[in-house]
Design a protein around this ligand. Structure first.
Ligand code: SPV
Ligand code: MN
Length: 624
């Protein structure tokens, strides 16, 4: 029954769509939102091509996006102070008795609701409220989760049309049930450039116990697009109260050269640590580059799906040499949103794109820009932002995996955990067991980048690359991982990767070398390579890497390179262990397996150090 405030702002087509959907919970929620946000009009959209086109065109009409020269390409600018995820303003609403790890910001639920609902009051006055329905994960699958997005931002709705599967039909399958997530977003008051004015009142409040997120006074997708990191948090809460995993992970098919098989891997990397470029390694196939759900199937395999169908990727350093496939997609006609790059004569320019003819002026995230322009602190504003992005459908890529939409998911046989680490971890090492793999994920660290607001280059702990999103106590989350693995008859092997190891200031490998580490892991999963056991895990033998480098790149991989990369930096690993002790000692109820593995690794490394009197040991010392 549609009555109340909602019925006054609905036109006939929107009313019909809600009626056909047949979900009173949806109607009741919208009624509350309309009363609160007071939009001039509510437009309900289904998954018809007309409704998808409506959003795309409205975004241009309202100026939230501007058309570029290349067909289908548009640009959207977030505000100067809204260019990355804002961790400080993102809080979990905690009811009495709920406590989370200290890494997660919380606010008492009642107090938080009062604040956010206060900010939402009349936020859409004079505006159009858009109501969209999506499916997280493929539709018609045991993985599908329904999600309703309510927003006044066409850019948000357009981004979601590119990034997620339409779910109006999936919502019908709920048959009126309440089992869906809800995201209420308002960009708030906009200035003449269509940028959020009151960014100081930016708030993203996660109501985990009610399956809702409220987000206001922002536009950057990591803050505004409900189905992305906001849904990841709700899904982590759900997964940890059920028996599956919701992870900040890529999914990819690995194709060993000269062999017919495809082996699927998942991979967790903190923001800007090579996740998308791993999923896009030439010769492999991409299932997803950001968020995956993992569940056990009836045969005991780990199955994974990409909850998305698109990429919201960092554009910096996408060039013909390092990311040829994406570069090609960004420079040919297709439906594509650029954000926070430089626009000159309706052509986009970004950092590290490999062009020497970057214009001296144009439009960028600071407004009208010319070379030498300074911010209010006197710092020079670069022509494009380091966290500038592109948004497009996966189907636009020639390397999309044929099973990226498979409702069964793919069988995950390996998992990568990779941080940005200049001085400790080897490029790749295999965990000794599932439990050791959970330890490897739990001890993931990364040096910060521009993907979140704050200083860059600082080492941060980032368990499973998920620290920003783990809205249950860390110990609960890790215990759930351990339990998940125990139930699997066929456990994925787990690998620690590091593409950022330096020696005397320079990277020890090229950007393309990650292909070799990934192919080595695939060969290990299939039992093709022996490996060297060290206290931190199994590392590759020189001869196997040498052969892989030769076959794949026709390059002679020198033994000096191998020794530089795969020596075990015992002192550095011990320093890392000390940081982990510090992080986890405040965490109540940590699984005992975690401390056992940590202590054993510490003991072995200390003994080795004492016995050899060295800080670092070459791989050969571990061969008996
Ligand atoms: C990340 O930062 O991990 C991203 C981009 O994938 S965001 O949408 O901002 O989360
Ligand atoms: Mn991400």
């Amino acid at each position: 029954m549609i009555s109340g405030p909602l019925s006054k702002v609905l036109d006939k087509p929107s009313r019909d769509k809600l009626e056909v959907l047949g979900n009173q919970n949806v109607i009741d929620q919208l009624d509350v939102f309309v009363k609160l946000c007071k939009p001039a009009k509510v437009t309900v959209l289904d998954e018809s091509p007309e409704d998808v086109t409506y959003i795309r065109e409205l975004s241009l009409k309202k100026g939230e996006e501007i058309a570029l020269k290349m067909e289908g390409h548009t640009i959207h600018f977030d505000g100067y102070y809204d260019l990355a995820r804002d961790k400080g303003s993102t809080k979990v609403l905690t009811p009495p008795g709920m406590s989370l790890s200290k890494e997660i910001n919380t606010i008492a639920r009642e107090e938080g609701l009062k604040e956010i609902l206060g900010l939402m009051d009349s936020a859409m006055k004079g505006k159009e409220m858009l109501v969209k329905f999506y499916s997280l994960g493929p539709t018609n699958s045991r993985f599908s989760l329904c999600a309703m997005q309510v927003t006044d931002s066409c850019y948000v709705a357009h981004s979601e049309d590119l990034l997620y599967r339409q779910g109006y039909e999936q919502f019908k399958r709920l048959k009126g049930d309440k089992d869906f997530f809800t995201f209420l977003h308002s960009a708030g008051e906009l200035d003449e450039k269509n940028v959020t004015k009151n960014y100081g009142n930016r708030r993203i409040y996660i109501d985990v116990t009610d399956g809702k997120v409220y987000s206001i006074n922002n536009q950057y997708a990591g803050n505004s697009v409900g189905l992305k990191k906001l849904a990841l948090r709700l899904a982590i809460y759900k997964a940890n109260h059920e028996d599956w995993l919701s992870e900040h992970m890529l999914l990819m098919g690995v194709h060993p050269p000269g062999k017919k098989r495809i082996t699927y891997f998942a991979g967790a990397y903190p923001s800007a640590c090579g996740k998308t470029s791993t999923a896009m390694i030439p010769g492999q196939s991409i299932v997803g580059d950001d968020i995956a759900y993992l569940k056990k199937d009836d045969e005991g395999y780990c199955r994974g799906v990409n909850i998305e169908q698109g990429i919201f990727g960092i554009i910096q350093d996408v060039n013909l040499i390092d990311d040829p496939l994406i570069y090609k997609s960004l420079t040919t006609p297709r439906e594509l949103i650029f954000s926070n790059v430089l626009i000159s004569d309706d052509v986009p320019y970004w950092l590290g794109m490999g062009r020497s003819d970057i214009p001296d002026k144009g439009l960028n995230f600071s407004g009208e820009w010319c070379k030498g322009k300074k911010d209010k602190d006197g710092n020079e504003i670069p022509f494009a932002h380091g966290n500038a992005r592109y948004t497009m459908r996966l189907s636009e890529l020639e390397n999309v995996d044929p099973r990226y939409n498979d409702p069964q998911g793919v069988i995950v046989e390996g998992i990568f955990y990779g941080g940005r680490d200049s001085d400790t971890n080897v490029p790749i090492a295999e965990a000794l067991s599932w439990e050791h793999g959970v330890y490897v994920g739990a001890t993931l660290e990364s040096e910060t980048t521009t993907a979140t607001i704050g200083k860059t280059g600082i080492r941060k702990q980032d368990p499973m690359a998920n620290i920003d999103f783990v809205v249950v106590p860390l110990a609960t989350y890790l215990t759930n991982h351990l339990k998940f693995g125990k139930k699997l008859g066929h456990k994925p092997r787990i690998y620690a990767t590091n593409y950022f190891l330096r020696y005397e200031g320079s990277y020890t490998n090229t950007k393309l070398d990650k292909k070799i580490w990934v192919l080595w892991a695939e060969g290990r999963v299939k039992g093709e390579y022996d490996a060297i056991k060290t206290p931190i895990g199994m590392i590759p033998q020189y001869k196997d890497l040498k052969q892989l480098f030769k076959t794949v790149f026709n390059r002679d991989y020198r033994e000096e390179e191998y020794i530089q990369q795969f020596s075990i930096r015992m002192t550095k690993y011990l320093e890392k262990i000390a940081r982990m002790e510090e992080l986890y000692k405040y965490e109540p109820n940590m699984p005992k397996e975690f401390w056992e593995i940590l202590k054993q690794q510490k003991r072995e490394l200390q003994e080795l150090k004492v016995r050899t009197g060295l800080d670092t040991l070459p791989p050969i010392s571990f061969i008996n």
